[in-house]
Design a protein around this ligand. Sequence first.
Ligand code: UDP
Ligand code: MG
Length: 151
Amino acid sequence: MAIEQTLILIKPDGLFRRLTGLTIDRLDSTGLEMVGAKMVSVSEDLAREHYKSLSDKPFFPNLIRYIRGEFHGLKDSRILALVYRGEGAIAKVRLIAGATNPEQAAPGTIRGSFGRITTAQQFENVIHASSDPVDAKREVELWFKPQEILA
Ligand code: UDP
Ligand code: MG
């Protein structure tokens, strides 16, 4: 298996509901190495760039509001951005994250344990995790400067 880097975002619901430590604990338990971490205030442009492949979806406008913290009353939008590295990192993190839809995510996964679907049909699923090597490279470069990631 290849050594990979993957981007994880602890989304506004994860921060609002104080799931930061628990999420990092689960990530650490994969045996992967944390090589980047920072709080980021998410601009409209950054949110749209991150989710640009979904821009034609009906849920896109609310997804941008969600990732910017607008549903959690955050004065300044914020997420915790992390990079983990190791063998098969992308798939390992997706596995513990669970399925996109929190109702379909397996019990014991982060999304299966703590995600919810709001009455407005927004999937609040606690974390973002890169889905494949192309996305992972693009996303790590979007959120982090090279010098912010440990060698
Ligand atoms: N999402 C949603 N409704 C949907 C599909 C996606 O609210 O029907 C949100 C959800 O927060 C998800 C994000 O959009 O995490 C990005 O969607 P994607 O299909 O890339 O899922 P992911 O890679 O996050 O599992
Ligand atoms: Mg995705």
